[in-house]
Design a protein around this ligand. Structure first.
Ligand code: ADP
Length: 511
């Protein structure tokens, strides 16, 4: 094994340690490890060297190590030069070509280390060689990949922001050829306003302190035109953490930005129109409210005089006259109901509804008082007395009262009404359900019945104004609750609403 093996093998113990060490070096596959005499002859040759260079150890031991170099390196006296530096400084590292048995080359990283004996005399050199072919290839592949990317501008900068590399994507997006821009500062891509604000410096500072910077904004092409860029700048650091530059990936998002702006404009326009509509709706509602309000007095007069007419002069009318009188009375009654419902609808839309803790049972019992005595006997309440919601007592009663009156009204002629009200706590809400055994509602109508004046039957079948459910909808929404109906034609309907559950002990107002 040349001089190394003989230099320190004095005792049997050492011999064994040397042997182990030699085997270790021998068994390394990934690195060629060889020892070169001070005069440049190969003195030992491990298994990795056999693999890498293709020579068996008996073929090379004793041969000059410069057989591993290219012609060009030999001409430049590299082998001797490298040994000379290693002898002088203790160490030499180099990347370059090495030659295999048969003449093929590979890219190698070689570390040459000076070996001395205990007295400091040079006894040779250790050489560790690593094959960089794969590394080089992946580097090349990476470079080709980056260079070929068209959709992204990918370039690198030195730590001060001067451009050091430039791909075709960058050329396409920004308009500069590589030789025009390499060496220039990347702030060239920023608008004068952004430059004045110090944005380029901020970008580098952020990348430096946080590892990367991400952002979107207007950037400037070579011809002065602007494009909307999505940018990622990454700080590049070596193994010791030293900053050696930045990479920057920029994407042209102008089309997307235009689309988004357009969408935004549409959304704003829509909002404006909705606001306008809401405003005109509110005006219409206010108008309807005041008209209904003003209709009350003449209506009272009509009703009053019709009653007086019926009481004092009914005898003077013939059958036809009495029929007309009846028609006037019932039309006036209908109108009075309509005015009353419209006023109610206006009120629930307009008045302020301060929220408070309301007992569900109390609200339902109050509503039940408004249905006829006969109906009340067909009503079952299943509600825990301590169940409380965040609502408004009078408004909740009004909601339930409307639903109860519908539940008793929309019944088939020959059916005995069975109406049940129950309430259950579900997480943070309480669901109050009003279930009837009435005529039911076909699925295709279940949505529109909530609209004002929407009715599924004519007046002769079931009296009504078509305002009740619109009041329920408006009132529940104003209580910040939700509502709905489950129904099947011929089987009955369950109208429900959900309101925020209140804490038992809570007595404060939610206004
Ligand atoms: P109104 O009761 O004055 O007709 P509503 O707004 O209260 O008006 O109800 C709208 C329509 O929804 C009713 O005309 C009816 O067709 C339907 N509806 C409401 N409640 C029920 C119910 N419990 N069962 C069946 N249909 C119902």
């Amino acid at each position: 094994m040349g001089r190394i093996a003989t230099a320190s093998s004095h005792t049997p113990v050492n011999l064994r340690a040397d042997e182990v060490f030699r085997r270790l070096i021998d068994s390394v596959r990934e690195y060629a490890i060889l020892v070169v005499d001070p005069d440049g002859q190969i003195a030992s040759w491990n298994f990795g060297a056999e693999r890498l260079y293709g020579y068996k150890s008996e073929e090379v031991i004793g041969k000059p190590f410069n057989i591993l170099y290219t012609e060009a390196d030999l001409k430049a006296h590299k082998p001797a030069h490298e040994l000379e530096i290693a002898a002088r400084t203790g160490h030499f590292e180099n990347e370059g070509w090495r030659v295999r048995k048969g003449g093929s080359r590979f890219s190698a990283n070689v570390i040459t280390t000076r070996l001395t004996d205990d007295a400091g005399n040079l006894i040779g050199f250790g050489e560790v060689t690593r094959d960089l072919t794969e590394h080089r290839q992946s580097e090349l592949r990476y470079r080709l990949l980056v260079e070929g990317v068209m959709d992204y501008a990918i370039f690198s900068m030195d730590p001060t922001g001067h451009i050091t590399s430039w791909n075709v994507g960058a050329e396409r997006i920004k308009g500069y050829a590589a030789d025009e821009i390499i060496g220039r500062h990347f702030s060239a891509f920023y608008t004068p306003e952004d430059r004045a604000k110090g944005l380029p410096e901020h970008v580098l500072e952020t990348a430096k302190s946080r590892g990367h910077f991400e952002g979107e904004g207007w950037r400037v092409r070579k011809d002065g035109s602007r494009f909307w860029a999505s940018v990622v700048v990454t700080a590049l650091r070596d193994d010791e953490g030293g900053l050696y530059g930045f990479s920057k990936v920029t994407r042209d998002m102008t089309d997307r930005k235009r689309l988004l702006d357009e969408l935004q404009r549409h959304a704003e326009e829509l909002e404006l129109r909705i606001a306008e509509r809401e405003e005109s709706n509110a005006e219409l509602e206010a108008f309807a409210y005041s008209v209904s309000h003003d209709l009350r007095a003449p209506l009272r007069a009509v009703t009053g005089f019709t009653e007086a007419l019926a009481e004092d002069y009914a005898g003077s009318f013939d059958k036809r006259g009495r029929e007309y009188l009846n028609d006037i009375t019932s039309a006036a009654a209908r109108m009075s109901l309509l005015v009353q419902d419209l006023l109610e609808y206006g009120r629930v839309s307009r008045v302020s509804i301060p929220l408070e803790t309301v007992s569900v049972l109390k609200a339902v019992e109050d509503a039940a008082k408004e249905v006829s005595k006969e109906a009340r006997e067909r009503l079952t309440l299943t509600i825990a007395p301590d169940l409380v919601v965040v609502a408004h007592g009078r408004v909740l009663t009004q909601i339930i009262s409307n639903l109860l009156s519908n539940a008793f009204k929309f019944q088939a002629k020959d059916v005995v009404p069975d109406v049940r009200v129950f309430a259950a706590s579900l997480d943070s809400v309480v669901r109050i359900s009003i279930a009837d055994n009435g005529i039911g509602i076909a699925p295709e109508h279940q949505e529109r019945i909530w609209n004002i004046f929407e009715r599924l039957h004519d007046r002769d079948a079931y009296a009504g104004t078509g305002i009740g459910l619109a009041i329920v909808k408006r009132a529940v929404t104003r209580l910040r609750g939700t509502y709905g109906v489950d129904s099947e034609v011929g089987k009955g309907s369950t109208f429900w609403l959900e309101l925020p559950r209140a804490q038992q002990a809570e007595t404060r107002n939610y206004a």
